[in-house]
Design a protein around this ligand. Structure first.
Ligand SMILES: C[S@@+](CC[C@H](N)C(=O)[O-])C[C@H]1O[C@@H](n2cnc3c(N)ncnc32)[C@H](O)[C@@H]1O
Length: 346
């Protein structure tokens, strides 16, 4: 079956419904849900005054019950693999996951199915309503941690707006780094920030850590450093889009920039391949008792050695390092993991 014909079809049907003024709608929705009589297969309707909740039976909640037409919610096909037209012996090579940044899906494709990348892309677009562009990740990373990407299906547009925890991040995915897989980690860090803190986001990118902290906590200031001019340009736009006031973008090398800033309560170091090289600079810029969120990609067996190295570095600076928390944020490869360390330096 050609995959593009599998887009959802809108079916309309009549149903009983409870008619509720808009301002009263939410508690009524919850009551209908708790009674188990709200029809989940039909789309709730509204007009300028009322919301129309489709229900399975008459119910007396002191609101009128009428009969109206509703659209049926058709299940979207989520697993794109059922839509790809491929010889059976190649199916095992189909990617089992991909990243979605706003309207763009980024997929890593093995050599075996690379000649079929366009079919894979079209199937992803057919399976996922929000996706209008599919790129293959060609695996090249430059100093700004940007991915090499090639559009294989859909619109040839690499700029998108990604939503995360109610925040919006605009970016060109070929010009800046952004990982949607760090969303929970960003929330974990933001939740630790106290009121009035001075924060430095040493490798800020388009601002996901900085903007989440500014939006959800009450820091005094967040210095968001990045050496990629494109990242800073989008960061400035994202500050406006999210209406945050306390993020101050700093274009430049983190080592050179941080010495010009005031001492900070908290430093975020999301440069997991080479954050080690900047740890000493960060410790020197941190107030006594401040916290560093340090990220590193490594094998599990290396953990203790790396911790001891960091402890020794602190001692050389006359500081004492305490491990507040350690997390495995995600797998990076079969043998490597992406770890987070919350470190306090007395
Ligand atoms: C892994 S990304 C993290 C971006 C962001 N924190 C996030 O979570 O999306 C690392 C960022 O560090 C920037 N970068 C790399 N080397 C740098 C340096 N020496 N000084 C400042 N920024 C640097 C890159 O441009 C990139 O935006």
């Amino acid at each position: 079956m050609p995959y593009l014909s599998l887009k959802p079809i809108c079916v309309r049907m009549k149903s009983l419904c409870v008619v509720v003024p808009k301002k009263k709608a939410e508690p009524v929705r919850q009551r209908l849900m708790s009674k188990g009589i709200l029809r989940k297969e039909l789309q709730i309707r509204s007009d300028s005054q009322n919301v129309y909740f489709p229900v399975t039976q008459r119910v007396d909640l002191c609101y009128p019950v009428e009969t109206k037409n509703f659209s049926e919610i058709k299940e979207q096909i989520k697993d794109y693999r059922v839509l790809v037209d491929l010889p059976d012996d190649l199916r095992e090579y189909l990617p089992s996951s991909y990243d979605v940044l706003g309207s763009i899906a980024i997929v890593k494709v093995s050599d075996e199915v690379l000649p079929h990348a366009s079919k894979i892309g079209k199937a992803i677009i057919a399976a996922q309503k929000a996706v209008s562009t599919v790129c293959v990740d060609v695996g090249v990373m430059d100093e700004f941690r940007t991915r090499g990407v090639k559009v294989v299906a859909g619109e040839k547009n690499l700029e998108t707006v990604h939503k995360e925890y109610g925040l919006v991040f605009k970016m060109d995915i070929s010009k800046v780094f952004f990982s949607p897989r760090l969303a929970t980690e960003r929330e974990t860090v933001a939740n630790q920030v106290g009121p009035g803190e001075t924060v430095v986001d040493m490798f800020a990118g388009v601002g996901p850590f900085s903007i989440m902290i500014a939006k959800t906590r009450a820091p005094r200031i967040i210095y968001a450093i990045d050496s990629n001019p494109e990242a800073i340009r989008y960061l400035e736009e994202n500050i406006e889009l999210n209406k945050v006031k306390t993020v101050k973008p700093v274009l430049g090398d983190a080592r050179e920039s941080i010495v010009d800033l005031e001492a900070s309560d908290r430093i975020i170091m999301n440069l997991p391949h080479s954050a080690n090289d900047f740890l000493l600079d960060a410790i020197r810029a941190l107030k006594p008792g401040g916290t560093i969120h340090f990220y590193k990609i490594m094998e599990e067996v290396e953990l203790e050695d790396r911790m001891n190295e960091m402890r020794s570095l602190a001692v050389e600076e006359g500081r004492v390092m305490k491990l507040l928390a350690r997390r495995k944020v995600k797998s990076y490869s079969p043998s490597l993991n992406f770890y987070a360390f919350d470190l306090s330096f007395l």
